[in-house]
Design a protein around this ligand. Structure first.
Ligand SMILES: [Zn+2]
Length: 457
C-alpha cells in the first residue's frame, strides 16, 4: 500500500532569538577597495581610470537616450548564484536549510520589485514631491540559475557548513571567494555571484552588512574573481515573521538592493569617502557620486529614517535625497534609484560594460535538458498535469533520501517548499490560488535534484 504524505507549507519554523539590537549599518564596499589599494598602491590609478571610463560611457549613453529613437528600453534578465557559508548554529538561527531557501525566495522578490520600479505606488509617500519625477526603473530582473557554467543542473544555491569555530570572514578577506579558503569559488561573470555568510564586526564595533565589487573594476584591478556581492546572513532576505532574526532594521532585503547598485557601478550618494569624512566640496576626489540628478550630499544618513526636507550642500529644492537606495537609511526608508543612477547602471549592459555578458546568459535560469543518474534512479510523474493546482508527485520507487520538494515559478522564485525525511511513494501538493503558468517541481535527494515541469491552469 502506498503511503501518502499530505504536504504542509513551512511558512515559518521555530526560530530562536529575536531582533538584533539596533546598531549602525556599514557598507564595506569602499573599505574593501581602499584595502586593496593600500596593499598595492599601483591600483589607485587603475581605480581612477576605471571611474573615468564609467563616467564617460554613462555620458555617452545619456546622450544616446536623449535621442528617443535610440533610447534603451531593454529588460535585462540576470541569473544569480547564491554561495552560502555558515556554521550549523548560524543556519539553525535562521530556520535551517529551508530558512535559507525562504530568505532567498523573499530576497529575489525584493530585488525584482525594486529593480523594476514596481514599488513606486506603495512607496511614493516616502519620496519628497520634488524627487518623484526622478524615480528611475532599472528594468533588471533577477532569477536563480539552474544551469551551472559546465552545463550541469543546479539549484543555484551552494551551501557549505563552516566549522563550529567559524567567526566569519572579514571585509578584506577574499577567502570567501575561494574553495581553498573555506568559501566557494566564483562562477564566471555571466552570473551574479552572491555569497551569504557572516561578515566580522568592523573595528569601530559596527556591523558590515555587505560589500560589492563591480565586475569591470575587479578585472581592471587584476582579479576578476572578486566580482560579486558578499552579504551578512542577518541582513539577507525580507522578514516574514517577528520571530525571525535580522540585524536591526536591515530586515526588508534592501542591503542587497544597495550592494547590487555598487555591483552595477553606483557609488554612495555622498561619494566614496568614508562615513564621517564626507565633504560638500564636490571638486574634491571621491566626494561625489558622479550622477547629475542626485543632489550634492555631504555624508551618510546612517541607520535613520529622515522625513521632510533635509537641507543639503547647495540648499537645492528637496534637499538631500535620503530615500535613495545608495544612502544608509533604514531598509523601510530607502525606496528609489534616480533616473541618472539607472542610466549609469544600464551602461554596464553596453558592450564595454562589466555586466554586458549577463544579458546573454538568461538561458541558465532553466534546468538543462538530458537525464542524469540521480534522475534515472529517482524518476517521478506529476499527476494530473496540467493541473488545477492540486497534484500528486508519484515516485517510481519508494524514496529513501528525499529531503525537500520545492516548487519554483517562471521567475525562479520558490513558491512552495515541503521538507521531509520520511520514505514516500507519493506526495500531494496543494497550490490552489497560485497564478496559472508553468512551474518547476524540484525534488531534492541527498545525491542530487530531480526536476519536472507542471502546468497550472
Ligand atoms: Zn554601499
Amino acid at each position: 500500500m502506498k503511503k501518502t504524505l499530505v504536504a504542509a507549507t513551512l511558512a515559518s519554523l521555530a526560530f530562536s532569538g529575536g531582533i538584533a539590537s539596533a546598531q549602525e549599518r556599514i557598507c564595506g564596499t569602499d573599505i574593501a577597495i581602499q584595502h586593496l589599494i593600500a596593499n598595492n598602491p599601483q591600483l589607485e590609478s587603475a581605480y581612477t581610470q576605471y571611474e573615468a571610463d564609467v563616467k564617460q560611457r554613462t555620458a555617452a549613453l545619456e546622450a544616446q537616450n536623449t535621442n528617443a529613437a535610440q533610447k534603451t528600453t531593454a529588460t535585462y534578465n540576470v541569473p544569480v548564484v547564491f554561495h552560502v557559508v555558515l556554521s550549523q548554529a548560524q543556519i539553525d538561527e535562521i530556520g535551517g536549510v529551508s530558512g535559507i531557501y525562504d530568505r532567498i525566495a523573499s530576497q529575489i522578490d525584493v530585488l525584482n520589485t525594486c529593480y523594476t520600479g514596481q514599488n513606486y505606488n506603495t512607496d511614493k509617500g516616502k519620496i519628497l514631491t520634488q524627487f518623484q519625477p526622478l524615480f528611475g526603473n532599472p528594468n533588471i530582473t533577477f532569477g536563480i540559475a539552474h544551469t551551472d557554467p559546465n552545463g550541469g543542473g543546479t539549484t543555484g544555491v551552494e551551501i557549505k557548513i563552516a566549522p563550529a569555530t567559524f567567526t566569519g570572514f572579514d571585509v578584506t578577506d577574499n577567502n570567501i571567494k575561494k574553495s581553498s579558503g573555506g568559501g566557494f569559488t566564483t562562477w564566471d561573470t555571466k552570473y551574479v555571484n552572491i555569497w551569504i555568510t557572516h561578515i566580522t564586526t568592523a573595528s569601530n564595533g559596527g556591523q558590515v552588512l555587505g560589500y560589492a565589487y563591480n565586475p569591470g573594476l575587479a578585472q581592471s584591478m587584476g582579479d576578476a574573481s572578486l566580482a560579486g556581492v558578499v552579504i551578512d546572513y542577518l541582513a539577507f532576505g525580507r522578514r516574514s515573521s517577528i520571530r525571525q532574526k535580522f540585524f536591526g532594521t536591515a530586515d526588508k532585503g534592501k542591503t542587497l538592493v544597495h550592494e547590487l547598485g555598487h555591483y552595477f557601478t553606483l557609488k554612495h550618494i555622498w561619494g566614496d569617502l568614508p562615513v564621517g569624512g564626507g565633504t560638500c566640496d564636490k571638486t574634491q576626489p571621491h566626494s561625489d557620486d558622479d550622477v547629475a540628478d542626485t543632489p550634492p550630499q555631504k555624508d551618510a544618513n546612517q541607520s535613520t529614517c529622515p522625513s521632510g526636507v533635509k537641507p543639503n550642500c547647495t540648499n537645492s529644492p528637496g534637499g538631500e535625497m535620503y530615500m535613495n537606495y545608495m544612502d544608509y537609511v533604514q531598509d523601510a526608508c530607502m525606496v528609489m534609484f534616480s533616473k541618472g543612477q539607472v542610466t549609469r547602471m544600464q551602461t554596464e549592459f553596453t558592450p564595454a560594460g562589466g555586466s554586458y555578458q549577463l544579458q546573454f546568459n538568461g538561458g541558465t535560469l532553466n534546468w538543462p535538458t538530458g537525464i542524469s543518474a540521480v534522475e534515472a534512479k529517482n524518476t517521478f510523474d506529476i499527476v494530473p498535469n496540467p493541473s488545477n493546482g492540486v497534484f500528486s508527485i508519484n515516485f517510481a520507487n519508494t524514496t529513501a533520501d528525499l529531503r525537500a520538494v520545492t516548487v519554483v515559478n517562471m521567475m525562479g522564485q520558490s513558491v512552495k517548499q515541503i521538507n521531509t525525511t520520511e520514505p514516500a511513494n507519493s506526495l500531494l501538493i496543494d497550490m490552489k490560488g497560485m497564478p496559472a503558468g508553468v512551474y518547476t517541481v524540484n525534488c531534492r535527494f541527498d545525491e542530487g535534484i530531480v526536476t519536472k515541469k507542471i502546468v497550472i491552469e
